[in-house]
Design a protein around this ligand. Structure first.
Ligand SMILES: Cc1cc2nc3c(=O)[nH]c(=O)nc-3n(C[C@H](O)[C@H](O)[C@H](O)COP(=O)(O)O)c2cc1C
Length: 359
């Protein structure tokens, strides 16, 4: 079936809802090839060729896991169970899945499905009210078997997390490879963005945003500001230190055994939305700690590998030696209003491909 043929209405409804799955930098690393009324091929891809945060493809794999989980939740609203199978023999950077939807008479809809378009990242300050026992229990119960959550809470621990995020942000802001990524993924002067992150969702005040926009136009400006004018301070304060402090807790999702990836963390985020809690992923400390562990060279700039090593030590100290390699997801959470600026999504018609187009 070609993408320009009318698509089954139920399948369209499922894909319309599932495309709200979160993805790193809102890259939406998936395209859909509709093969029949109950069969869609998900053509995944990663951004390792140009994104320093995705050199091993793991963040894109997490995003694809979020998409598959969202598709399964959306399918449940139509009494369908999704069976997804990864296609063997595809290259690592092109994970491809056959998703088939099977009628299950009497299957109840998963109430989390309705929250898919509403869930959104909140990068601004949250309430420091501690999570209630019932909230933590509901969040922990949303995880699949084999996964658990480590809560990092209390003033002292929250401050240590905020400091780690603040230090980690320096690495990102003084790295030319990361500058390229940030330049490409921010949509300036925007409250919403279909294919990137709007600057108003970054968590900085309008003056800082304006300055960042001007500075980020060239690496020479960034380098000059960083070297002579402490250019990383204002953004790190606003985007890392203060939000890191102003939240109920940070958390790490842990796998029982050192994992490759986790498919089922969207339920955790949707459950947070259901409870009126806001969440922000904080994945970069885990990404660079993994690069250090696997001796992956991520920058041509001298001193940055060493800085990443120091940050990996700090991350391990925070999470604990035995736990840090089992952490698959790191974030902060707390009560507060949802973000009023957010990433939107590409329209479904732009995500549909005929097989030949994708190849
Ligand atoms: C694998 C993954 C990693 C992410 N890492 C971060 C992060 O380190 N910091 C952050 O603020 N948001 C992070 N995000 C959130 C995305 O930027 C966000 O989900 C995306 O822009 C879509 O926006 P929405 O979640 O508001 O719909 C991450 C999301 C995913 C799926």
């Amino acid at each position: 079936m070609r993408a320009d043929h009318p698509i089954d209405a139920t399948l369209t409804a499922i894909l319309e809802q599932a495309r709200w799955a979160p993805s790193g930098d809102n890259t939406q690393p998936w395209r859909f090839e509709v093969r029949g009324p109950r069969h869609v091929v998900v053509h995944g891809f990663d951004t390792r060729s140009h994104c320093v945060y995705d050199l091993d493809g793991h963040p894109s794999q997490l995003s694809l896991g979020a998409l598959l989980e969202s598709m399964a939740l959306a399918a449940s609203s139509h009494g369908l169970r999704m069976e997804a199978q990864r296609r063997m023999g595809m290259p690592d950077h092109l994970p491809t899945f056959d998703a088939v939807f099977v009628d299950v008479p009497g299957m109840p809809p998963d109430p989390l499905a309705a929250l898919l378009p509403r869930r959104s990242v909140q990068r601004r300050r949250l309430s420091t009210r501690s999570l209630r026992v019932s909230e933590k229990a509901a969040l922990a119960a949303s995880l699949p078997p084999g996964y658990g959550v480590l809560w990092l809470e209390g003033a002292r621990t929250r401050f240590a997390c905020a400091r780690l995020m603040f230090n980690n942000a320096r690495l990102r802001l003084i790295m030319p490879e990361a500058h390229q990524v940030h330049r490409d993924v921010i949509e300036w002067n925007a409250r919403f963005s279909a294919d990137r992150i709007p600057d108003q969702a970054l968590g900085v005040d309008p003056v800082t945003a304006k300055l960042m926009r001007w500075i980020m136009r060239s690496w020479r400006r960034v380098d000059f500001f960083n070297t002579w004018l402490a250019g990383t301070l204002a953004p790190r304060l606003q985007m890392d230190l203060l939000p890191g402090w102003y939240c109920a807790a940070h958390f790490a999702l842990l796998a029982e055994a050192p994992p490759r990836h986790i498919d089922d963390y969207v339920a955790f985020w949707l459950t947070a939305t259901e409870l009126g809690l806001q969440l922000q992923p904080e994945l970069t400390p885990l990404i660079f700690a993994r690069y250090v562990r696997e001796r992956r060279v991520f920058s041509r700039t001298g001193g940055l590998q060493e800085l990443a090593q120091e940050l990996a030590v700090q991350t391990r100290a925070l999470l604990g030696d035995t736990v840090s390699e089992r952490a698959v997801f790191l974030g902060r959470i707390g009560a507060g209003p949802p973000a009023d600026a957010r990433s939107l999504r590409r329209p479904l018609k732009d995500l549909l491909v005929a097989e030949s187009t994708h190849a």
